[in-house]
Design a protein around this ligand. Structure first.
Ligand SMILES: [Zn+2]
Length: 449
């Protein structure tokens, strides 16, 4: 009832747009935080050492385990599968950008954008079924899709968008269609400005990670790109918290963070030099060997702030798209010394009302499910039917007997019916597709061979 009263002014403003009635979902809001590349072999020792207290507490109150993935492990591909519940062949986002028949990215191919997706994502489904949605920086969410009663801050290309995200500051008109509704752009402009590369976040970064001398050419170059990810993540996390604080109670809230993946790609040789068949200078491993752990601790702190800003009855689902480990151990010149080509499992953490308390699952019993299970499970937690066409199944076995008894399983629905047609990739602004490909190159995603 309270919710309805609070919404009256909003409804009055929106009445010309003929929005459907506000959400009538009155159960625990679901907060989903996607953390790229977070891996249990790094996380578990940090939990034991008390260095990631917020993640540890979520696991202790609920459950922690491994989420199995699929190959190839391209982020746009996996995160779109997570958001849709279907294989890449069916969702239409197989790679970072358009590819040839062998699955190699085309040199003049365009990055995939949200309009290329052939099936609805959970934010479309939830919004179409009277659930309020906030989504920030999910992969391939640009252009921000129009959804009923929803708010989207889109991501053109997650990790590599740092260079793009702050380009708008140079333009009068900004990056188009970054937010839905359009007016949301006004609310985030100040945070985007704060997040810009030479802005106040530099101090925040240096405080945690320190600065690297330009004389250390390779790590210095990596540090520039890593900083970009830090600025993007922190900015998105602040935007997400601002959305949480606006008094509107969204039923589904999604946030994507990329820092652990980028840390893993760039700094594994310094963290674990003994895994590499070439010498890693000791002064470098002394100085930056802790970057991966620090990235996890940073994400833990950000998640702590999200928890502090969340309603008390919120349910939390923290997932990664894959794990990772040392890579290219014979190639000192390769930009990436950590990777995930073989698809090691990611992490899965669930906590909140109705979640069976199991803690961190015992070794050998840690497989919770697959990335394809996440979309049907998210829908289940929002009391919505799974997609009849979805690859995975809901993970309701992780809920208490009482919750299961009160939530009889719903028959699958074909949400694809009536969904818009997929269209060719869009370019947000002149030259931005080149910035994107160029950044992918520097990040070591595009193999030059
Ligand atoms: Zn990666």
């Amino acid at each position: 009832m309270l919710k309805l009263i609070l919404c009256l002014p909003l409804l009055a403003l929106a009445c010309s747009k003929q929005q459907p009635p506000h959400s009538n979902f009155d159960e625990a809001p679901l907060i989903v935080i996607g953390v790229d590349g977070m891996t249990l072999p790094v996380l578990e020792p940090l939990i034991r050492a008390g260095k990631v207290p917020h993640l540890a507490s979520l696991i202790e109150k609920g459950v922690g385990g491994k989420l199995f993935t699929d190959v190839p492990t391209y982020s746009p591909r996996l995160w779109t599968s997570i958001a849709t519940g279907v294989l890449a062949e069916e969702h239409g986002v197989p790679n970072f950008s358009e590819e040839d028949e062998q699955g190699n990215m085309l040199r003049d191919g365009l990055p995939f954008t949200s309009n290329c997706r052939k099936v609805p994502a959970v934010w479309n489904i939830a919004a179409d079924n009277r659930r309020d949605v906030d989504s920030v920086a999910w992969w391939v969410s640009w252009p921000a899709e129009e959804i009923d009663n929803g708010r989207i801050v889109a991501s053109y290309a997650a990790q590599v968008q740092a260079a793009i995200l702050w380009k708008p500051l140079l333009w009068d008109e900004g990056i188009p269609l970054l937010t839905y509704p359009n007016s949301l752009q006004n609310d985030i402009n100040a945070l985007l400005d704060e997040g810009k590369p030479k802005g106040p976040l530099v101090r925040e970064y240096n405080k945690r990670f320190g600065a690297i001398s330009p004389e250390w050419k390779v790590p210095f170059q990596r540090d520039i790109l890593f900083r970009g990810t830090f600025h993007a993540d922190r900015t998105h996390q602040k935007i997400f918290n601002n959305l949480q604080n606006t008094g509107r109670s969204a039923d589904l809230r999604m946030l994507y963070l990329g820092l652990p993946d980028v840390a893993g790609h760039f700094f594994w040789r310094y963290r674990e030099p003994e895994a590499f068949q070439y010498p890693v200078p000791t002064e470098m491993s002394d100085k930056i060997g802790g970057h991966i752990d620090k990235a996890y601790m940073q994400v833990d702190e950000w998640i702590g702030e999200v928890i502090a800003n969340a309603p008390e009855n919120a349910r939390f689902l923290i997932i990664s798209d894959h794990g990772m480990g040392p890579a290219n151990v014979t190639k000192p010149s390769h930009p990436q010394s950590g990777a995930h080509e073989e698809g090691p499992p990611g992490i899965f953490i669930l906590a909140g009302p109705g979640v069976k308390q199991q803690g961190l699952l015992g070794a050998g019993k840690r497989k919770v499910g697959y990335i394809y299970d996440i979309a049907p499970f998210m829908l289940d937690l929002l009391s919505l039917a799974p997609g009849s066409y979805m690859e995975g199944k809901t993970l309701r076995y992780l809920m208490t007997d009482e919750w299961i008894a009160n939530h009889p399983p719903l028959a699958g629905v074909d949400y694809r019916e009536g969904f818009r047609e997929a269209t060719a990739p869009l370019v947000p602004g002149e030259g931005l597709d080149e910035v994107f490909i160029d950044n992918l190159n520097q990040l070591g995603y595009v193999d030059d061979e």
